[in-house]
Design a binder for this molecule. Structure first.
Ligand SMILES: NC(=O)c1ccc[n+]([C@@H]2O[C@H](COP(=O)([O-])OP(=O)(O)OC[C@H]3O[C@@H](n4cnc5c(N)ncnc54)[C@H](O)[C@@H]3O)[C@@H](O)[C@H]2O)c1
Length: 388
């Protein structure tokens, strides 16, 4: 992307003057633009300075955790976010580190401290197992780096509060990657419900069923409660956050669940929560990792109709009673996908102070509901959600 920007900025078209030894020259040479010689050195200088200026203004990112999601984030930055670039990655698992270095032609850091001490890193992307998010965010904030942290923000509200406080005290931005609310059809759904066209929120249900956690290159940390938090922290926070985006904050939670499979040992592999929203609407969320049938859908009931986000958010329907008002297929919707949307927003927030699509507050709200559900499981009753 940088190459394309440099090209755009060059006032002499695609010509690049061969120049003396400087890192600017080396970078332009690396761009593989055709070299020319001549007397237009001044124009070249303008072009080179434009690139340097662009370079200085770019958000320079360090990737912490180079596994599945980490590399998706890095690809989206490379392919879709011209104002940012990943300059370094760190992963203690050698194959993940080597894969990152190969794919992004970047050097790896030897440790988290080494990555955080680099002056050419302005911000970090954290895509590590869930139990590491809090400590790594605190370390990044102590090193003066802005933070984009994958969901779930942390495994307790106390940790979320520490992360928010550390970033706030250091005047740093903190975004949590709740991508489900940013899928193109989820964005449409949110706008439609907010328009009030079908009345007030009444009830919703969201169901996410799959057959088992898939083993990753570095192992299967997802099935341990101390590392993933369990199905509600690991998967359910997506549905919880989607509800939060559409119906507003949750105030009370009840829980029902069970353990039926062998993959997960120390948490329920089917979890259902009944949530009461501050708006007086109610909702039911079910997440299961032992379902022979895969399901990912959500229905939002309003006072004069309902909306259905179906089949992995691939279509969205609006109904007024028995009459279908609209059906939209995701393949026909233009605009950025969810990860591009959040990473563009994070970049714009850090570089230009643009209003963010997500902050630590949404990450904390989702964790607060999952934590309340955990307490409800223990007590067997309804539990109030800890508000910020
Ligand atoms: N937003 C989404 O839709 C979405 C989708 C998938 C995963 N995620 C989140 O992304 C995060 C990573 O999940 P994943 O599926 O990529 O898992 P993964 O196992 O594929 O990758 C995690 C990587 O972190 C590395 N790691 C472990 N300890 C580390 C440390 N101390 N420092 C740096 N790296 C370390 C591992 O070696 C591994 O390569 C999780 O928090 C997960 O919840 C979000």
């Amino acid at each position: 992307m940088l190459r394309r920007r440099a090209n755009d900025a060059v006032p002499i078209g695609s010509r690049v003057l061969a120049f003396s030894s400087s890192h600017i020259c080396a970078r332009l040479a690396a761009s593989r633009l055709p070299a020319v010689t001549g007397n237009d050195g001044a124009e070249f200088c303008v072009a080179a300075m434009a690139e340097e200026r662009t370079e200085r203004m770019a958000l320079r990112l360090g990737l912490i955790g180079c596994g599945g999601m980490g590399r998706i984030l890095a690809r989206v930055i490379r392919d879709c976010v011209p104002e940012a670039r990943v300059v370094v990655g760190y992963d203690p698992f050698e194959p993940a580190q080597a894969g990152f270095n190969r794919e992004f032609a970047a050097a790896g850091a030897g440790s988290l401290d080494e990555l955080l001490s680099r002056v050419d890193v302005d911000a970090v992307l954290i895509a590590t197992p869930n139990h590491l998010h809090c400590d790594q965010t605190l370390a990044a904030a102590a090193a003066g780096k802005h933070v984009f942290c994958e969901k779930p923000m942390a495994l307790s509200v106390g940790d979320c509060d520490r992360m928010i406080a550390a970033c706030k005290e250091a005047s740093l931005k903190l975004m949590v990657g709740h991508s489900a609310r940013l899928k193109p059809l989820a964005r449409r759904l949110r706008e439609f419900v907010a328009s009030g066209e079908l009345g007030e929120p009444r009830h919703g249900h969201a169901t996410y069923l799959f057959s088992q956690f898939k083993e990753r290159e570095s192992g299967l940390w997802h099935v341990n409660r101390d590392r993933s938090g369990g199905v509600l922290f690991h998967i359910g926070v997506h549905q919880i956050d989607l509800f939060h985006a559409i119906f507003g904050p949750v105030r009370r939670v009840q829980y029902a669940g069970g353990h039926y499979g062998s993959q997960v040992r120390d948490f329920d592999d089917i979890a259902t929560i009944l949530v009461e929203f501050a708006s007086a609407a109610t909702g039911v969320i079910t997440v299961a990792s032992v379902s022979p049938v895969p399901v990912n859908e959500a229905v939002f009931v309003l006072s004069q109709g309902y909306a259905r986000l179906g089949d992995q958010a691939s279509y969205l329907e609006f109904w007024a009673g028995p009459k279908q008002l609209a059906r939209i297929e995701s393949k026909n919707v233009s605009g950025p996908d969810a990860v591009e949307c959040e990473l563009r927003s994070f970049t714009g927030w850090v570089l230009h102070d643009e209003p963010p699509v997500l902050t630590g507050a949404e990450g904390r709200a989702a964790v607060a509901v999952a934590e309340a559900a955990q307490r409800a499981r223990q007590t067997g009753g309804a539990v109030e959600v800890t508000t910020g």
